[in-house]
Ligand binder design. Structure first.
Ligand code: MEV
Length: 319
């Protein structure tokens, strides 16, 4: 019997993290230079319901049904099964591998769910649309934090740049001119759940001020969408800087992230900001020329890993 394999890319948020949880727009793009892969093999002679999962990157080898019910890998398997009895599932082995750094803002959790959901549903002979995959990833994401906006699952399931407003149909983003970004990992694990809770508490304590901050971030996402769609990506640099200031105000930056952002700008970047939940994780840098110099400056300033990615132009109609 053949193996059933699926892959999923990472993602990076260009604009609008956190504010997107409060109904403001955000922009995210897939990062295909990092990938998660899931491979499902039938276990010939195994008993029904024996689902074994191996994830060597996190030293996991276990029977799925012995994992904690809240474990995201078990939740992803259960999401595929829906109301089917796991005990009746043909015996299989699921192997997960990933080059997406964990807790860095690159959507590793959503990508693992995406690859697993696609490979397992193919093994079971179900064909899922991208939208169905997105919906199932979202169910798993709710374990990570209670109020996910839905941006991570959407960009990872559809594997295209998107402009996203929670609760509204998302739009694919048309990229008129390609642009280059650098992603630099602070080496400090990001804490999305904690960051989302911190922002919520700050908002509860000071709703007027935080509503204004969210609106300002939303305005930046809208302006950036126009600039990207009209072929002026270099002009989003100053908006990235502004978005970073607003994320600082929300309380999700750290001295290490600020230091990396400053270093990138001083080395000639067009703009830089933290990306994702914050409190660690990655920054994203818009680069034009001097990528080597900026990479070196980031490494000297504490980045443990840098990733260069080009966002290609595409042919998406935005009518
Ligand atoms: C996390 O990748 C992005 C946040 O905006 C949370 C969310 O959108 O659910 C911080």
């Amino acid at each position: 019997m053949p193996a059933f394999t699926a892959t999923a890319p990472g993602k990076i948020i260009l604009f609008g993290e956190h504010a997107v949880v409060y109904g403001e727009p955000a922009i995210a793009v897939p990062v295909s230079s990092v990938q998660t892969r899931a491979v499902v093999n039938a276990v010939i002679g195994g008993s029904s319901g024996e689902i074994q999962i191996e994830a060597p990157d996190i030293s996991l080898s276990a029977a799925v049904m012995e994992l904690d019910p809240d474990h995201p890998l078990r939740a992803a398997v259960m999401a595929v099964l829906g109301d089917k009895d796991p005990g009746e599932m043909p015996a299989c082995n699921i192997r997960i591998s990933s080059s997406i750094p964990v807790a860095s803002g690159l959507g590793s959790g959503a990508a693992v769910s995406a690859a697993l959901i696609r490979a397992l549903s193919a093994f079971l002979g179900q064909r899922l649309t991208d939208e169905q995959v997105s919906h199932l990833i979202f169910e798993v994401e709710k374990i990570h934090h209670d109020t996910p906006s839905g941006i991570d699952n959407t960009v990872i399931a559809h594997q295209k740049p998107i402009y996203y407003v929670k609760g509204e149909p998302f739009q694919f983003l048309s990229i008129e001119s390609p642009f280059s970004i650098l992603i630099a990992d602070s080496g400090i694990p990001g804490h999305t759940q904690e960051a989302v809770q911190r922002v919520r508490q700050n908002w509860i304590n000071n709703p007027d001020r935080f509503d204004l901050l969210f609106k300002s971030i939303g305005g930046i996402s809208k302006m950036s969408k126009e600039l990207i769609q009209s072929g002026s990506p270099a002009d989003i640099g100053p908006l990235m800087n502004e978005n970073h200031l607003l994320l600082q105000e929300l309380g999700v930056s750290t001295p290490e992230l600020d230091h990396l952002v400053d270093a990138a700008r001083q080395a000639g970047a067009l703009g830089a900001k933290l990306s994702g939940g914050g409190l660690g994780g990655n920054i994203i840098v818009l680069v034009d020329e001097g990528i080597d110099k900026i990479t070196e400056a980031l490494t000297k300033s504490g980045a443990v890993h840098t990733l260069n990615s080009t966002i290609p132009s595409n042919q998406i109609s935005t009518d």
